[in-house]
Design a protein around this ligand. Structure first.
Ligand code: SAM
Length: 291
């Protein structure tokens, strides 16, 4: 099967199988070889690597991944794409096609079975309707990954890389930056896809930190503090945390934690750095423990 990364070949395959695009699965297939090469290049894949591809579609990027990696697992939810993938990937003996929902796949187990628990690489042109849940699941799962190279909606990429004090800064920025170093690789216009999405897209690479950039005693608590802080953006941090019923702390106790960091009592959550959230959650933990 010849390379698929162009409109003519993609249409040929789709017509042969009478394939109907399913909007609910966020199906926008890549038809630009330069972008495909940029993605595979950014993922820094070698012949030693096991790669997980999320949502292979008709296998356009999968062909590149099979050429570059030792082994590939391609997880696709749409059963109608499986016979297509079996044909477009037939010449590769280093790929496993799995008809599954990635949100239900035990990715850590897959990495353990396929790569003996060594760091894997994740590559995807993600379905935009579930970008955040997929990324959060991978980041929080303790999956050993070296890097994650993904195409996402431009606005989501912006949220991953920004720092405090901007409108895009939030729980996703902090989770991504706690676990990894995000980098923008390339901006991708709608014309590179079939059908064309209504939004611009961006390829980002998340390189896993060797060790977390901040010292935090209880990661889960820090992420609860972060979520509580951004839940009610227009409220002060103290109010946001106090209204979040999971912390059984008096408002004065929360305010004293905030002030002990040298921050004004009416500070808003979106101005805090990752270091400040880590320190704040350590102090909240102490207060909860002492109680
Ligand atoms: N990788 C292909 C490409 O670049 O041309 C297709 C990318 S398309 C944006 C997203 C793909 O993810 C589609 O094939 C879609 O069916 C698949 N998908 C959507 N939701 C999924 C899920 N929950 N689990 C696995 N695959 C999913």
């Amino acid at each position: 099967m010849a390379a698929l990364g162009n409109p003519k070949k993609t249409i040929e395959v789709l017509q042969k199988y009478h394939f109907q695009f399913q909007k609910k699965y966020g199906q926008n297939f890549l038809i630009d070889t330069r972008i495909l090469e940029r993605i595979v290049d950014a993922a820094q894949i070698t012949k030693d690597d096991f790669v997980l591809e999320i949502g292979p579609g008709i296998g356009t990027m999968t062909q590149y991944l099979c050429e570059a990696a030792k082994e590939v697992a391609a997880v696709e939810i749409d059963a109608n794409l499986i016979p297509i993938l079996q044909e477009t990937l037939q010449e590769y003996d280093n790929v496993e096609i799995r008809n599954e929902d990635i949100l239900k796949t035990d990715i850590s187990r897959l990495a353990e079975e396929k790569n003996s628990g060594r760091p894997i690489k994740v590559v995807a042109n993600l379905p935009y309707y579930i970008t955040t849940p997929i990324l959060m699941r991978i980041l929080e799962s303790r999956l050993p990954f070296a890097n994650i190279t993904v195409m996402v909606q431009k606005e989501v990429a912006d949220r991953m890389v920004v720092g405090p004090g901007t409108k895009d800064y939030g729980a996703l920025s902090l989770a991504v930056q706690y676990y990894s170093r995000p980098e923008i690789i390339v901006q991708v216009p709608p014309s590179c896809f079939m059908p064309q999405p209504k939004v611009g897209s961006t390829v980002v690479r998340l390189t896993r930190h060797e060790k977390p950039p901040v010292q935090v005693n209880d990661e889960a608590l820090m992420f609860r503090v972060i979520r509580a802080s951004f839940n009610q953006r227009r409220k002060t941090l103290a109010n946001g945390l106090h209204n979040f019923s999971q912390f059984s702390l008096e408002k004065e106790e929360i305010e004293s934690c905030i002030q002990s960091l040298g921050l004004p009592v009416n500070v808003r959550g979106e101005t805090l750095t990752l270091e400040q959230f880590a320190e704040l959650s350590n102090r909240i933990q102490n207060k909860i423990c002492i109680k």
